[in-house]
Design a protein. Structure first.
Length: 246
C-alpha cells in the first residue's frame, strides 16, 4: 500500500510551487491511516525549490531533481544508498530486458485515466482562501483514487516554474501521463489534500496539509547527494515493492 501512498504524494507535489528566481522552503505534514497490516503513519516533508533544482525530503526516500544536470537522484535514507536517473524519466528503460519485452502489452492496463473538476465550494484553510477541486484517477487493474484538493491563489508563487520540476517525479509512475495533463488544469496551490485509495478490495485514506512557504537561502549541499552514500542502479521492481523509493 505504501507504493500507492507515494503515488498520491507525487500528485500533490505537482500542485506546489516555488518562485523561479529564489529558493523557497515548503513544509507539509501528512497522515496515512493504518491499512493492510501497516500502522498509521505521520510525516513531515520539506521541499526546497531553486532555479532548475528541487529537493524533497521526508520519509524513507528523498528526491533531488537537477534539471541543470538532467538528473533525478533518489536517496534511500535508511539504507544510505542512492540511484541516479536520466531526465526526463523513462521508467520502462530501467526494467530488465526480458521484462521490457513483455511490458508493452501491459501498458494499457497500467495506464491511469484522470478527471479533475473544479467545484464552486470554497472555504478558508488556515490563512488561505481555497477552492475545492476533485480528482478521479483509476486504471484497468482496479486501482482507484479519489482526491479532494483545496487550492488557493493567495500565495505569491510561480506554479508553472515548479511544475516543470515536480513532473519529473511523475515519470517514475508508469502510465501517469493523463494524470499529469489533468493536474495542469488546477489553477493555484493545494493547501490541503485528502485522498482515498482503493486497491484489491482494500481502502486507505491519507491527508496532506501545507504548513508554510518561506523564501530563504537553501543551506549548502541542499541540492546535492549527501556524501558517504553508496550508488546503486535503479531497480523499478524493487522500488515498487518498497513504495516508490528503493
Amino acid at each position: 500500500m505504501r507504493a500507492f501512498r507515494i503515488t498520491v504524494l507525487l500528485v500533490v507535489a505537482a500542485l506546489l510551487a516555488g518562485p523561479a528566481l529564489a529558493d523557497s522552503l515548503i513544509t507539509m505534514k501528512s497522515h496515512t491511516d493504518a491499512a493492510m497490516g501497516q500502522p498509521a503513519r505521520d510525516e513531515t516533508t520539506t521541499v526546497w525549490v531553486g532555479k532548475d533544482r528541487m529537493a524533497r525530503v521526508g520519509g524513507d526516500t528523498s528526491f533531488i531533481i537537477r534539471a541543470d544536470q538532467k538528473k533525478l537522484y533518489m536517496v534511500d535514507t535508511a539504507a544510505k544508498t542512492y540511484s541516479e536517473l536520466d531526465l526526463p524519466v523513462d521508467a520502462i528503460k530501467y526494467f530488465p530486458p526480458e521484462i521490457q519485452a513483455q511490458i508493452g502489452p501491459m501498458l494499457q492496463q497500467m495506464k491511469y485515466t484522470a478527471k479533475v473538476t473544479q467545484t464552486a465550494e470554497t472555504k478558508k484553510i488556515g490563512a488561505w482562501n481555497a477552492t475545492l477541486y476533485k480528482a478521479e484517477i483509476a486504471n484497468a487493474t482496479g486501482v482507484k483514487m479519489d482526491i479532494d484538493m483545496w487550492v488557493t491563489k493567495d500565495l505569491a508563487i510561480d506554479v508553472s516554474a515548479y511544475k516543470a520540476l515536480a513532473n519529473s517525479l511523475q515519470g517514475l509512475q508508469v502510465g501517469f501521463e493523463d494524470v499529469t495533463r489533468e493536474m495542469a488544469k488546477i489553477d493555484g496551490i493545494a493547501v490541503l489534500t485528502e485522498s482515498t485509495i482503493s486497491v484489491m478490495g482494500n481502502t486507505v485514506k491519507s491527508r496532506e496539509e501545507l504548513v508554510s512557504v518561506e523564501t530563504k537561502a537553501a543551506p549548502a549541499g541542499t541540492y546535492d547527494v549527501p556524501a558517504g552514500l553508496a550508488k546503486e542502479a535503479y531497480d523499478p521492481m524493487k522500488a515498487a515493492m518498497q513504495g516508490g523509493g528503493k
